[in-house]
Design a protein. Structure first.
Length: 230
């Protein structure tokens, strides 16, 4: 069953060269999909378009059959309406908020919401799930890289998204921690049944999460790349 369909075009300027043409057509038919390709292939741009952070010039994006973007029909849902959890490569945590506040930020509006002493059941659930209770009241600068990654994952999952997008989620971690957090993520995916689209250059990520592997090259899906599964 296809849970994500993307068929988009976007031309972006490049410094001192020809515009970069993103022309991506893909169908995610497995629960865990890995998006591979060399640097500059358009992988992060594709995730940005799916999440609503980049507007294509033309095309369509559908999640579970629901249009998120349709240029011809004039549909372009804002990120908050797309019900997608997104973890950036640098985690993009709010430095002025504690771990608990970062996780709960998407649940309430306001620059400092939820308030420091506030306890939300959904937030407390994910604090426990990722073993973050002991650092819940610390700032991102006061915790380890692995704890920051767990915080970003918890923030993405707390809103009960219909899909999870991860951009090189383990790249900044040492090898031992990568292995541990991969297993944590697999457990969470099994428990929640949230479909995953993950960008990675790491063959181990491809082996573990690559139920379907899609290769991008120069802004296009490369059907002939080794190990491609459409």
């Amino acid at each position: 069953m296809t849970w994500l369909e993307v068929d988009i075009q976007r031309e972006l300027p490049q410094a001192g060269g020809q515009p970069f043409a993103l022309q991506v057509a893909l169908r995610c038919t497995h629960q865990q999909v890995v998006l591979c390709g060399p640097s500059g292939a358009g992988k992060s741009l594709t995730l940005h378009a799916i999440a609503g952070l980049l507007r294509p010039d033309a095309g369509v994006i559908q999640l579970h059959g629901r249009p998120l973007f349709d240029a011809a029909a004039g549909i372009d849902r804002v990120p908050q309406q797309r019900r997608i959890g997104y973890v950036f490569q640098d985690y993009a945590l709010f430095p002025h908020l504690t771990v608990r506040q970062n996780i709960g930020f998407a649940l309430q509006r306001g620059w400092f919401n939820p308030r420091p002493g506030q306890r939300l059941a959904a937030v407390e659930q994910w604090l426990r799930a990722f073993s973050l209770e002991q650092v819940a009241d610390l700032l991102p600068t006061q915790i380890s890289g692995g704890q920051r990654q767990r915080t970003a994952l918890a923030r993405a999952l707390v809103t009960q998204p219909q899909a999870l997008l991860l951009d090189e989620p383990f790249a900044a971690l040492d090898q031992g921690l990568r292995a541990h957090l991969r297993q944590e993520l697999l457990t969470v995916l099994a428990q929640t049944a949230v479909p995953l689209l993950l960008i990675s250059h790491d063959p181990e990520d491809v082996r573990i999460f690559g139920q379907q592997v899609i290769h991008l090259n120069q802004g296009h899906v490369d059907d002939l790349a080794p190990g491609f599964a459409g």
